[in-house]
Design a protein around this ligand. Structure first.
Ligand code: SF4
Ligand code: SF4
Length: 199
């Protein structure tokens, strides 16, 4: 049997001084830090009395973009198809307007919505976007279901988000592949404006 050698301590251990052993220095350091914070600018927001203004990049409650009181939506159904928790329900109908189709019924169940933004990503018309509205509190399940009228927000009010989306758009779209201008009219808003469709 070999001899067992007991080594006390390692090189990582540090001998504490007398004052450190009393813990007073570290307690005083903590108190000094707390005292210093009392004179710093207050960053706490007194929600819900106080609201904060969020930037265009914030993804809040999804809304339908409206122009002259009409939704931009052409009822293609892509958003409902892409929505992971199946929060969107809609029904398409025909119209004599240029867009040919509109949603006769459009609903988002905000109890299901996970604010993923996929509906906004897939929409070919920029007709559904994530708004700055984060203040979503419901007293019952019915209030959490937004119908078309409650979902519609005028495009002027959504301008910062719409401009943000355009800034973030892939700049290579239509550059790598040589699109035929006439065939590249993917949006009702671009019809009659083929130069816009090429970009
Ligand atoms: S944000 Fe996501 S979860 Fe909410 S409605 Fe759009 S796709 Fe559905
Ligand atoms: S993807 Fe856009 S245009 Fe299509 S149904 Fe949804 S909101 Fe309407």
């Amino acid at each position: 049997m070999g001899q067992v050698r007991i080594v006390s301590g390692t090189h990582q251990e540090r001998n504490l001084t007398f004052w450190e052993k009393t813990t007073f220095p570290i307690v005083l350091k903590g108190m000094a830090y707390t005292f210093k914070q009392m004179f710093r600018e207050n960053v706490t927001v007194q929600y819900p009395e106080e609201k904060i203004v969020l930037g265009a990049e914030f993804r809040g409650r999804p809304v339908l973009v409206a122009e002259h009181g009409q939704e931009r939506c052409v009822a293609c159904g892509l958003c409902a198809r892409a929505c992971p928790p199946l929060a969107i329900s809609m029904q398409a109908a025909e119209t004599d307007d240029a867009k040919e189709r509109y949603p006769s019924f459009f609903e988002i169940d905000m109890l299901r919505c996970i604010y993923c933004g996929l509906c906004e990503d897939v929409c070919p018309e920029e007709a559904i976007v994530m708004s700055e509205d984060y203040d979503n509190v419901y007293l019952n399940r019915k209030d959490a279901i937004y119908d078309k009228q409650r979902l519609m927000v005028d495009s002027e009010r959504l301008k910062p988000r719409l401009e943000f989306l355009r800034r973030m758009r892939n700049p290579n779209f239509g550059v790598i592949y040589q699109f035929d201008k006439e065939n590249n009219i993917h949006s009702v808003r671009d019809r009659g404006n083929t130069s816009a469709a090429a970009h």
